[in-house]
Design a protein around this ligand. Structure first.
Ligand code: ZN
Ligand code: ZN
Ligand code: FE
Length: 765
């Protein structure tokens, strides 16, 4: 009798792979066994040759929804004469590690059961199965088994245990399995006058939560990866009150709506966007707002998009139950700039001044995970474009083209994520946030420790940014010193491009023409780079061309005051500034004199080649924005205005030094002539896209390179991305875009890790 040994790696543990193989083996009348192995799932199957073929074919195509197969190998072995097919227990061994599934939304089967009055889990907010529910946020250690999760606190009742132990049941080995008898519960807490609180349990808590929201109150709701702050998104006063309490002035809030038809009342939704909204990861998707939507304008001031997600936990669905057409603001439960709150006791303290009531539960969140943000690039293939990769995606690894030594890459300052590598996997962390305060740094350090434990990584080297003042860079240097580890400082834009190459699976045998357009990243000469054309592979890069340097008078202050950047730019280009230009009016006489003196004496005035800062200047000159209160706000509002039907463009001078003078001159002339900001914005965008094409043509011809990689935060500008992509493709370039990790600094750590890994490999040779 023929027999085979099958070995499968990827996300194949904790996703129902063994019962799936078991049932398939029964179907084909095979004998043998299946077990979790050190690196995946191992199967021995014996039977007729045809049955074995069918088994192997179906194993690869009918995989459980959460499984992701990375490798699948089959070899013939001699038969041992098994009499049946069994699921056997695996022995844990030292150093073994496993990719862990991300948290995913409730599945259709569970949703159906939850709405079925005769079901024992009718209206139960923690219903889940092998195909859905919490994973990453509840796992404390591997192997992924109930005792190693925050569900260990709940002892299964006999009914749940029977389901858990039955391979034919869809809750076989679903670690978070629970029911109203044995599982977590919800309640509502409402701080009243004085110290007394009152508590409402179960369904009544939900009803009370719904009526509080309807009254315009703000609720703290404990979710999957942390607390949300929620309010009625159609209620202007509630939205403004939430902004005031959260101290978040204008940065857009995310929304949750109960179903796709409701979303379609407020936004335009393409088939690809609909699929992304409904995918098990349930990210926030940026959608174009319908002009007639009654969602409060203060939800996303100055934007033409809304960030919307569907409910993803059973609790969310119950919250919307009987309330069709509702739209809730669902923003992370924190004060601006602090990490999202996860713990009940901590929440009562930190969110007391923010929320009118708390919808709580007693399932502990082990690791905080924020919502992901994605968008779909309009165009022929409608690719998915990640802006924040977190819940539903992390910690699923990027599969690298080769094995690299274990590295910890610490990422950048804003939108921080970090990355650890093990063999040919790069585990990019969930969104940590802006590393600008003690709380965020603490969350970062906890996250790093958790990843190293979970994926059995002991770093052989550290990787960080060149910027000496990033908190992450300082952490890396301190740790390298403490543990006597080599440390690699990776130039910011090289890391951006390497991240893109790695996620696209490029093996690095050919360099790419990298266009790194960014807010700013520390350059090798100490200037703030961000308008770079680099010939890059994993091992290194050559700086081929860049935007001419211009001064940033006031440094960090300038990034919050685009008016300063505008005046700095005009001064550098030798263009006149006077009261006819909007930034002039925004700065008082003393400010303007101080700025001039700063520039002339080079006091706190770094030089930059940043396209992000060029956008700030353009937005200020067009009168769109002189002061901002969140990163890239001016550029985003400038983009939102751009007229899609305008074909005119502002020309740049191409060369190793790209001179923006003709473009800015033309822009200023338009401003003086009273041309609309909408036309000016389009012409500026069109000019940049043309500049990229012409630079790539020239550099590509010189070097015989036709592969272009677009990375860096500026490429989140969809108007610019679409125009540039179309021009490059029309002219025969192969263009790489981000699909798996963000083009912004949220993807940077992946690039740092692969570059450092490559350098370690070279050093070993
Ligand atoms: Zn389910
Ligand atoms: Zn139970
Ligand atoms: Fe960057």
């Amino acid at each position: 009798m023929p027999a085979i040994n099958i070995h499968i790696t990827g996300i194949v543990q904790g996703v129902g792979f063994r019962p799936f193989a078991y049932n398939l083996a029964q179907h084909f009348s095979l004998t043998g066994w299946v077990k979790n192995s050190a690196s995946g799932v191992e199967i021995i199957a014996e039977g007729e040759a045809e049955a074995l073929d069918g088994f192997v074919a179906h194993l690869q195509v009918e995989t459980p929804p959460l499984a992701v197969i990375d490798t699948f190998s089959v070899e013939a072995v001699s038969a041992a004469g098994y009499s049946q097919f069994a699921i056997i227990r695996s022995e844990a061994s030292e150093g073994q590690f496993q990719p862990i599934p991300p948290d995913v939304s409730i599945c259709p089967d569970c949703l159906r059961e939850m709405n079925e009055p005769s079901d024992r889990r009718y209206r139960y907010p923690f219903i889940n199965c092998t195909n859905c529910g919490p994973r990453f946020t509840i796992i404390k250690d591997i192997p992924y088994d109930r005792p190693a999760t925050t569900m260990a606190a709940f002892e299964m009742c006999p009914e749940c245990r029977a389901e858990y132990e039955n391979p034919a049941n869809r809750r076989f080995h679903a670690q978070p399995v629970a029911c109203p008898t044995c599982g977590p519960r919800i309640w509502l807490e409402q701080p009243s006058q004085g110290a007394a609180q009152y508590f409402i349990l179960g369904d009544d808590a939900l009803l009370r939560a719904q009526s509080l929201l309807a009254e315009g109150k703000i609720l703290a709701i404990k979710g999957l990866g942390g607390f949300h702050l929620a309010c009625d998104a159609l209620n202007v006063r509630a939205v403004d009150e939430l902004r005031r309490r959260k101290r978040r002035v204008e940065k857009p809030f995310a929304l949750m709506m109960p179903d796709v038809p409701t979303i379609e009342r407020h936004c335009f939704v393409s088939p690809e966007e609909r699929a992304l909204l409904q995918s098990p990861a349930r990210p926030i998707v940026l959608l174009r707002r319908r002009p007639e939507s009654r969602v409060a304008l203060d939800v996303a001031p100055g934007q033409q998009t809304l960030g919307v997600m569907l409910p993803y936990t059973p609790l969310h669905y119950l919250l919307f139950d009987g309330k069709p057409h509702q739209a809730l603001v669902m923003t992370s439960g924190n004060l601006s700039d602090e990490p999202i709150c996860t713990d009940n006791i901590e929440a009562r303290e930190r969110l007391a001044a923010l929320a009118d009531a708390f919808l709580m539960h007693d399932r502990e969140i082990h690791i905080r995970v924020d919502d992901s943000v994605m968008r779909v690039v309009e165009g022929p293939d409608s690719p998915i474009y990640p802006l924040r990769r977190s819940r539903g995606y992390a910690p699923y690894p990027v599969h690298l083209p080769w094995k690299i030594p274990p590295v910890l890459a610490v990422g950048a300052e804003l939108k921080n994520t970090f990355c650890v590598t093990h063999d040919d996997y790069a585990f990019l962390s969930q969104h940590i946030g802006d590393l600008e305060n003690y709380e965020a740094l603490k969350a970062f350090e906890e996250g790093v420790a958790h990843f190293e434990k979970l994926f059995r990584v002991r770093p052989a080297a550290l990787a960080c940014d060149l910027h000496p003042n990033y908190l992450a860079t300082r952490y890396a240097h301190q740790r390298a010193k403490r543990e006597s580890l080599p440390i690699f400082e990776i130039q910011h834009h090289h890391a951006h491009l390497a991240a893109l190459m790695a996620e696209q699976g490029l093996d690095g045998s050919r360099p790419v023409l990298g266009v790194a357009f960014d807010g700013s990243g520390y350059g090798e000469d100490g200037a703030l780079w961000g308008g770079e054309f680099l010939l890059a592979d994993y091992a290194g890069f050559q700086r081929l061309a860049h935007l001419n340097y211009f001064p940033l008078p006031g440094g960090d202050l300038a990034t919050r005051r685009p008016a300063r950047i505008a005046l700095g730019l005009l001064h550098a280009l030798g263009l006149d500034w006077d009261e006819a230009l909007p930034p002039h009016a925004d700065l008082c006489y003393e400010d303007r004199t101080a700025i001039l003196s700063q520039i002339e004496h080079k006091i706190n005035t770094p030089l930059t080649s940043s396209i992000g800062r060029l956008f700030d200047a353009a937005a200020a000159l067009s009168g769109v924005k002189q002061q901002i209160n969140y990163e890239a706000q001016a550029a985003m509002e400038f983009e939102a205005l751009a007229d899609p039907d305008e074909d005119g463009l502002y020309p740049f001078e191409i060369g190793a030094q790209i001179n923006p003078k003709p473009a800015i001159e033309a822009l200023v002339a338009d401003v003086r002539a009273g041309t609309s900001a909408s036309t000016i914005s389009a012409r500026f965008h069109n000019g940049l896209a043309r500049m990229v094409l012409e630079s790539c043509r020239k550099l590509g011809d010189d070097l015989d390179v036709s592969e272009v990689a677009l990375s860096g935060g500026v490429w989140q500008n969809m108007f610019l991305l679409r125009k540039t992509l179309a021009l490059l493709e029309k002219n025969g370039f192969t263009v790489y875009l981000h699909h798996h990790v963000p083009a912004n600094d949220g993807g940077l750590a992946l690039g740092q890790a692969v570059v450092a890994g490559k350098k370690l490999l070279e050093a070993e040779k």
